[in-house]
Structures are given as C-alpha cells and as structure tokens.
Design a protein. Structure first.
Length: 458
C-alpha cells in the first residue's frame, strides 16, 4: 500500500516537473519574420544637376561663425550687435548663394550610403544664419529683403524634409521650418509689412504641405536603421564593435564572442523575429497615423490603445496581444529581445517625433491665421468675432489644432490665436507654465498684429 502511494506521489512529482519544463520551454522556437514590404524605403535616383543636397553640403563647407558669437543668440534676441551681425552676414554670402542655388532645384536626396547621417548640426547652423539675416533685415526696415530671407529659410527647410530619412534629420528639418515660421510671424506683425509682402508669404505657406509626408518617410528609414542594429546584435557584430571601441584585450574579446554565441543566439533568450514584430508594429502605426491628431494618436505618451487601420493587419494585432500576454506569463522567453526593445526607448522616441510634427504644423496654421486676421482687420477696421468669419474670403477653412483635432482657438479680446498644446487642455489662452521640469506652456499662444513695429537697435 505504501509502495503504491510512493509510486503515485513520485509519478505526480515527475508529471509536475515535466509540465513545468514544458511550460518554460514552450516558446523556445522563434516565429516567422514580419512582412515589412509596406515599410520598405523607396528610392528614386535623382540627376545630380537637379539635386539640392550637394549645394547644401557645399554651403556647410563655406559656413563661418566668428569666435564668441552665436547665431542662435541673435536669432532669439539675446544679443543685438548690429555691426557684428552685418559682418557675419556679409562673410557668409557664399553660403547664402549655395542655399539659393539649392532651393531652385526640384529634388533633395542624400547619397545612397547605408545609415548615412548628414551634417545635421551644420544644417541647423545654416538655418540660424538665414533666420539671423531675416531678423536683421526686418529690424533695419528692409521689408522686402526680410521677406526674401524668410522665404529662402522656409524653402531650405522644406528641401531638408525631402532629404530626411532618419528621425534626427526629420526633427532638424522641423527646427529649420520653425525658424522660418517664427520670422514669418514677426514679419506679419510688423506694420511696415505691406499687402504685397504678405501675399508672398501666404503663397509660400500654401506650399508647405510637408510634415506628414516627411514623417512617414523618416519612419521607414528609421525602421531600416533599427532593423540593421538588431541584425548586428544577432550576428554578434554589435558586441565586437563595442569591444573594438573600448579597446578590450584579445582574451576578453574571445569571452565576449562566446557570450554572444551561447547567450544571445539561442532562440529562447533572444527571439529576433518576435522582437522585430514588436518594433515593426510601432513603426507601422507611425506611418499609418502620420496625420492623426495628437489626442487620438496610438503612440502618444503612455497611450497603449490598439488602433485598427487598413495598414495594420489583424495578424499584427493578434501578435501584439500575444506578445503582451507572452511577456507577462513567461518573463524568461525572449528576455534579451524585450530588453533590447525597451533599451531603444522606442515608444518615447516615437512620441517625441509625433510631437515635433504637431508643433510645426501648429505654428504653420497659426501664421496662416495671423495673415488672415490682419487682412480682415485692415479691410473691416476690426477683428473677426470668430475665425469662421475668415472663411471663405481669407481662408478656405479654419485650420484644425493638430493636438486635439478641434478648430484653432481664438480670442479677439486678447488678440491671440492659440492651440491647447501637449496637455490637450484648453486653458483659455493663458501664458502660464505648467509646474514640471521642462516648464512647458499650458497653451501655445500666437499674438496678432499689434500696429507696432520693432524699432531698429541703437
């Protein structure tokens, strides 16, 4: 009797062990790789004589900024040494000439070099130079020249959008466009800016339909870049590159190679295709929702809501659900892959890119409203009661707020148009700041024409 009981207990223990082993090692096999044909980078060869990128590269070689002087400081109004600014602009006439030549060309495309990152910092400095020139000419009362410089700056940023294939390039292009829109807004508020110059600005702004296309393009390029990084981890090249960078000894390099082979390569700890599915899903969402309002964007902040679309297949949705369940139940399966996915901080990065697109679209719509409101006030003697009064004579439609998707806000009493901003709360056009580390404004406010011009510096 006791033997039978012992046998039953032993069999039960054995079955329990087998069951646990089965549960632990059930997901050991990786799955099929994702279909990324919709995220492929499509590249069309551009004749060199039609490519603006070579001109922009040449401009970076010609750029000169004297010691102890910052273009960005002058651009932001932190310094007003007119003599020095005039000398800097004169010294960099060759840079401006190259930019003018570049924007006359219909295309802008980087050389076909894998993972090639252009001189983003130098491109931004050129943007600051053009913004400095626009501000300087406006303060000196040279309205037409200030408009020329502002249009050149916006055209330059638009061409950089064409060339952007990585997020850092896309955000840099947004920064250049933002500089141009800032100068355009200041130009509109200047009483010396007449109808002819404002019409030129209106026509230029109507051509700036860049943000969503550039976002989708850079998302595809970034996906290829991250896939290549993941492949380097699979092959062990990433670990060896780290070894070369830190100059480790030959013995440690051998140990590192063995670790890569015996820890990273087994499919249980590192399931590359599962990891690629996780990464691809986010990039596919970014492309599919390039024009979605921030409030409804599936990649907003900590938003983890699954959003269905024509570009997100049912299989991907099921895979995402399975991945979350799998991660919760089996913390050891694909542990390294999940760690790599989290180490890229992908969701935070994508949220930042979405915010960058919303902010530049927000300022673009605001400047269009500034132009329309000033024209309406000059024609009628007063501001419109609502923004709908601008339609259709001054605007085809009231621009939407890219943050919450609602029409732009407006206050005739405060003489402002405004957006709810990142916090998605209408604070009534307040200029207060949120109490956080970054001190971000509650609303994004844009003042209207005030009948006053910025006086020349003494």
């Amino acid at each position: 009797m006791k033997r039978r009981l012992v046998k039953k207990i032993g069999a039960a223990i054995l079955l329990a062990i087998l069951f646990l082993v089965t549960l632990i090692y059930a997901p050991i096999w990786d799955i099929a790789p994702p279909d990324v044909s919709d995220l492929a980078v499509v590249r069309t060869e551009v004749p060199p004589e039609e490519n603006a990128y070579a001109c922009f590269l040449q401009a970076t070689n010609e750029l000169y900024e004297p010691p102890n002087f910052s273009l960005f400081e002058y651009f932001h109004g932190q310094t007003n040494d007119d003599a020095l600014v005039s000398a800097v602009i004169a010294t960099n006439q060759a840079v401006i000439a190259w930019i003018k030549l570049g924007v006359e060309r219909p295309f802008c495309q980087k050389p076909d070099i894998a993972n090639n990152l252009g001189p983003v910092g130098r491109f931004l400095e050129i943007g600051a130079l053009l913004a400095t020139r626009a501000r300087f000419e406006r303060i000196q009362g040279q309205v037409r020249e200030a408009t020329d410089a502002t249009l050149l700056l916006m055209q330059y940023g638009s061409r950089l959008h064409q060339a952007s294939s990585l997020f850092v390039e896309y955000v840099a292009a947004n920064c250049v466009i933002d500089m141009g829109l800032t100068q355009a807004a200041e130009q509109v508020r200047d009483k010396r800016c007449g109808i002819a110059e404002r019409e030129r600005l209106t026509a230029a702004l109507a051509e700036l339909s860049f943000a969503n296309q550039g976002l989708a393009k850079s998302a595809r390029g970034e996906h290829v870049f991250c896939t290549e990084l993941l492949e380097q981890t699979r092959s062990g090249r990433a670990f060896l590159n780290y070894a070369d960078y830190f100059g480790v000894s030959k013995f440690k390099r051998t140990i590192l190679k063995l670790v890569a082979q015996f820890v990273c390569l087994p499919s249980y700890l590192m399931q590359y295709n599962r990891t690629r599915h996780l990464m691809t899903k986010d990039y596919r969402l970014l492309v599919a929702h390039a024009g979605t309002a921030y409030a409804n964007h599936p990649l907003r902040g900590d938003n983890t809501t699954e959003v269905s679309s024509d570009n997100v297949s049912e299989a991907d949705g099921l895979l995402a659900t399975h991945s979350r369940t799998h991660r919760a139940k089996w913390p050891f399966a694909n542990a390294l892959g999940l760690r790599l996915h989290m180490s890229y901080d992908q969701r935070k990065t994508l949220n930042g890119v979405v915010l960058s697109a919303c902010k530049v679209e927000c300022k673009l719509s605001a400047v269009r409203l500034l132009l329309a409101c000033r024209a309406y006030e000059e024609a009628t003697g007063h501001l419109p009661e609502t923004l709908e009064a601008l339609v259709p004579d001054y605007l085809p439609a009231v621009p939407r707020d890219p943050f919450d998707g609602q029409p732009f806000r407006y206050s005739a009493e405060q003489r402002i148009v405004y957006s709810v901003g990142e916090n998605l709360t209408d604070d009534g056009g307040t200029r207060d700041y949120r109490e956080d580390k970054r001190r971000r404004p509650k609303d994004l406010i844009f003042g209207l024409f005030t009948h006053e011009s910025e006086p020349p510096n003494s």
